[in-house]
Design a protein around this ligand. Sequence first.
Ligand SMILES: Cc1cc2nc3c(=O)[nH]c(=O)nc-3n(C[C@H](O)[C@H](O)[C@H](O)COP(=O)(O)OP(=O)(O)OC[C@H]3O[C@@H](n4cnc5c(N)ncnc54)[C@H](O)[C@@H]3O)c2cc1C
Length: 459
Amino acid sequence: MNEQNTIRQRAVIVIGAGLTGLTTAHFLRLKQRDVEVLEQTPRIGGQIRTHTEEGFTFESGPNTGVISYPEVAELFTSLLPHCQLETACKASACRLIWKGKQFHALPSGVFSGLFTPLFTLSDKWRILGEPWRPIGTNPDESVGDLARRRLGNSFVDYAVDPFISGVYAGDPDRLITRYALPKLYQLEQHHGSFIRGALAKRKEPKSKRDRLATKKVFSARGGLSNLTDTLGSIIGHDRITLNAQHVTVQPQGRGWRVGYQQHGSTHLIECDTVITTVGAYALPSLLPFVAEEAMRKLSNLRYAPVMQVSVGLRQMHGMEYLAFGGLVPACERQKVLGILFPSSCFEQRAPEGGALFSYFIGGMRNAELMQMSDEEVAALVEESLHTMLYYPAAAKPDLVRIFRHTQAIPQYELSSGERLATIEGLQQQYPGLVIAGNLRGGIGMADRIRQATELGRRY
Ligand SMILES: Cc1cc2nc3c(=O)[nH]c(=O)nc-3n(C[C@H](O)[C@H](O)[C@H](O)COP(=O)(O)OP(=O)(O)OC[C@H]3O[C@@H](n4cnc5c(N)ncnc54)[C@H](O)[C@@H]3O)c2cc1C
C-alpha cells in the first residue's frame, strides 16, 4: 500500500550522496545549516568505493586524485583525525607511456625530453619554437587541434592522447580545451604559450593557502571510501536518507517541494534551496518542470563508459614497477587504456610482497569492449600481465575483480557552452535551484571538492 507521510521542512536539500553532495552537506553542516541529503542507492560514496578482499585494498571507481586546489587539503584537515590524506610516494612522479612493444617513461625534463623515443626528432625541435607560435583564435578549438598546432603530432599521440585517456577516457579531438582543460586554455590565451605561461606561473607569488595545492597525487589512508564514510558520519546519518527512489523537485511558492518514495511510502520535504549533484542523465526525471528543450541541452552530455579491473598478485615474481602507472595511446591499438600501480604508490594495497594493478578498458573510442564477458576480460588482463608488464608465464593473478561503469566520465565537448548557459538561465529563473555535480566545473575529485566547498560557503 502507498502511504503518504507528513510533510517535513528543511532549509537545504542536497540530491546525491557522492563526493560532491557529501562535501557540500559537510560544509553546510559546519555552518549549522539545516541540510538533508537524498540518495537513491542503499549506500553513500557514489562513484567512490573501496573494497578489501584477501589482503588487497582496491577501488572500483576513482583510484587517486590530484591536490590541484587548496580546498582538497582543507577538506581533509576538516576531517581529522577520522580520515587522513595519503599522498603517493615519490615513485608516482614516473608516468609510463606504451610505444612499440614496451612502456617508456614520460620525460620529466629537458634532458630526458631530448632522448625519449616517444616523440619525433622534428617535434623535439619544433617545441623550441612553441613560445613564439601565434595564439589560437578559435574559442572552441579541441584539445587535439590545440596541442597539434603548438606541439606537433607526436606530442599529441604520445603525451596528450594518453593523458586524455587517463583523465577523461575520451577523444582529444572531441573535447573542447576551454571546458575540458581550462588551465591549459588560459595559459595560451593569457601568456601566449604553454611554456611561457608555465614559467610565469612558477614565478607568481603564492600565498600560504595557495601552497596547500601541492599538485601531489592523493588518496585517503585505507582507501577513498574512508573519505566519503567519514563525511557521512560527520554530517550525521539522520541527515542522509538512503534508498530515496523517484526523487522529484517542484517549485512551490518561493521555495521547493521535494518528493521521493522509500519502502512503499511517499515522502515530501519543503525547503528553500535544492542542490542537485547527480549526473546529467539523471536530471530529466528529477526536474520535470524544466522545459524539454532546455532539459535536452543538459542531458545530452555524453559520459564515457569505463571498465575497471582490479588485479592482485600475492607475489611480485621479481617484478617491481616504481611508477604511477602506464597509459596506452590510441594509435598503439591495444585493448587496454591504461594500468595503474596502486601498490607502488600507497601503503597496504596488497599483501606483503604482492602487487595490485588497476586496469582501465573501454572509454569513448572503445565502448564496444564493455561487452566483453568476464572470462574474456580475465583472459585479456592475464595476457597483458605477460605481454605488457613482463611477468613470467607462470605468474597468474590471485584476484581479478571487474567493475563496469556505463556512465563514468562526462565529456566536455562542443555542447558544453549551451549546457553551461542553460544551467545559468535556469538558476536565474528559479532562485534556490542549484544544478551542480560533474556536468560543470570539472570531472576529477579535486574539482568536485572545490565546487562543493564553494556551494557550502554560499548557501
Ligand atoms: C571508473 C572511474 C574512474 C575515475 N577515476 C578518477 C581518478 O582517477 N581521479 C579523479 O579525480 N576522478 C576520477 N573519477 C571521477 C570521480 O569519481 C568523480 O569526479 C567523483 O567521484 C564524482 O562525484 P559526484 O558526487 O559528483 O558524483 P557521483 O559519485 O556520481 O555521485 C552522484 C550520486 O547521486 C546519486 N543519484 C543519482 N541520481 C539520483 C536521483 N535521481 N536521486 C537521488 N540520488 C541520485 C547517485 O546514486 C550517486 O550516489 C573516476 C570515475 C570513475 C567512474
